[in-house]
Design a protein around this ligand. Structure first.
Ligand SMILES: *Cc1c(COP(=O)(O)O)cnc(C)c1O
Length: 455
């Protein structure tokens, strides 16, 4: 399998090259040259790790990673989950299932991809005799998932910048209580935007990049998208022809659903669930992509206006024309508003915070199930699309992207019940924390990154 850039001006690469390079040199995103069919027997029940190896192999084939190594890394990655099914399908009422993607170490769906991607990075770096320093800026959730992906990996250091005093205590502790020599937490005296600006400046520093092997594991990383295809195949195998709802931010998760569908999984429709940051809902409904200001909501992991993975879908919808894609993306960046093709496979709806709380409350009243605010946006969006004249004969499957205990305040507000952390995190508030505090100053942060990589 070879990968091509959506903007057509970067060399074609194989899986392991695409894994480490992240963004293509022309500013585009790598996509497979052709979409593989689902593996034979995809709809037969089997352990998650086995299905994952089968689904992922066509994407990996032809690279330096051989099949037994892939199978071993997949097996190890999913052994870290606290549920035997890894991503269990749970029926909460007739016709409505959720796929719980939050049984990994940090209680959110990013673990499903990152537990594997951390191991893939480490394995490929070892083969090349290289090391890398992963730098992440986080407003809360991505940092802990990246740390959990890198902790103890011999060829990786991870440096996470979070805004001091501006992440929740649970979020901070999930990062700062990880005690390992290759994990480096930094509280920046500034905002999340300051952290992102520092990150960009670090990546723009050619000398630093080379010296510490600077690298990213962000949501545009192709291997993350590929790892997410697996649970859509699993859902379609269990539910048969169905509609799948996805709480959406950067479009990485739902893109994996589209790929499963493109490869032959019987997913009839994909429902984009947005909070008030609804650029994708407006796109799906009007064909116009119009950027606006980010507003904070109860589902903060979706407080995004420019969805980085959307370019991969637009490339498909433009008939895989890299010039048209580059032109569209550049115009969008310059003016913040473009007409963009749509795909009838997608429907969309957005929920404000009150509507989100109402979905959590209603679901709890009727079924006893506690949904986190992100999951509730997905379920609420699917219901809204049905009452808009959609089909209601298909089973609905919603991707449950976070454990309710990760957002206890919102869940308690809606239901009166404060969800408890699972056993492996029960003593989180008693564990010692370890982090540096630095000013939002490039020289200070740069020196720190150099010191971390030289340890
Ligand atoms: C990251 C995240 C999302 C959004 O997923 P995208 O792939 O960015 O669309 C939704 N819910 C939770 C809990 C997340 O952490």
């Amino acid at each position: 399998m070879r990968y091509v850039s959506t903007r057509g001006r970067a060399p074609a690469l194989d899986f392991t090259d695409v894994l480490l390079v992240g963004l293509a040199a022309d500013g585009g995103l790598y996509v497979p040259e052709a979409w593989p069919a689902l593996p034979e027997g995809w709809d037969e029940p089997r352990p998650y790790a086995e299905l994952a190896t089968e689904v992922l192999w066509p994407y990996v084939e032809g690279s330096a990673l051989d099949r037994p190594a892939l199978a071993r890394l997949v097996e190890e990655a999913y052994a870290t989950f606290d549920h035997p099914d890894v991503c269990p399908l749970v029926e909460i009422e007739p016709g409505l299932c959720v796929v719980e993607l939050f049984h990994g170490p940090t209680l959110a769906f990013k673990d499903v991809a990152l537990q594997l991607v951390g191991r893939l990075f480490d394995h490929e770096l070892a083969r090349r005799g290289e090391r890398a320093t992963i730098v992440v800026a986080t407003s809360g959730d991505t940092g802990s998932a990246a740390i959990a992906a890198c902790v103890g990996r011999p060829n990786l250091d991870v440096v996470v910048l979070h805004p001091a005093g501006r992440v929740s205590e649970v979020q901070r502790r999930q990062m700062t209580t990880v005690d390992a020599p290759n994990v480096h937490n930094v509280a920046i005296e500034g905002t999340f935007d300051d952290c992102q600006d520092l990150l960009k400046a670090l990546f723009a520093d050619e000398d630093l990049r080379r010296r510490v092997g600077l690298s990213a594991m962000n949501s545009i990383n192709w291997a993350r998208v590929a790892a997410q295809v697996v649970y859509y195949v699993l859902a379609a195998a269990a539910a048969g022809p169905c509609e799948v709802a996805v709480p959406t931010g950067n479009f990485g998760n739902i893109l994996a659903g589209w790929i499963a569908r493109r490869s032959g999984a019987p997913i009839e429709r994909l429902v984009i669930g947005s909070n008030r940051n609804d650029i994708l809902t407006r796109w799906a409904r009007t064909g116009e992509l119009v950027r606006s200001e980010v507003v904070p909501t109860l589902s903060p992991s979706m407080d995004i206006q420019v969805s980085s993975n959307h370019e991969r879908l637009l490339f498909e919808l433009l008939g895989r024309d890299p010039r048209a894609t580059a032109e569209l993306m550049e115009r969008f960046r310059a003016v913040g508003s473009v007409e963009a093709p749509v795909d009838p496979a997608f429907v969309a709806a957005s929920l404000d915070d009150d509507a989100t709380l109402e979905v959590i409350a209603d679901l709890y009243r009727r079924t006893g199930y506690l949904a986190d605010p992100h999951t509730a946006v997905g379920i609420g969006a699917a219901r809204a699309c049905r009452s808009d004249g959609g089909r209601d004969d298909l089973p609905l499957v919603c991707m449950a992207t976070a454990h309710p205990a990760k957002f206890p305040d919102a869940v308690e507000r809606a239901t009166g019940v404060r969800p408890a952390l699972p056993d492996h995190l029960a003593d989180l508030h008693d564990r010692p924390e370890r982090y540096e505090v630095l000013p939002a100053d490039l020289d200070a942060v740069r020196a720190h990154v150099l010191a971390c990589a030289a340890r």
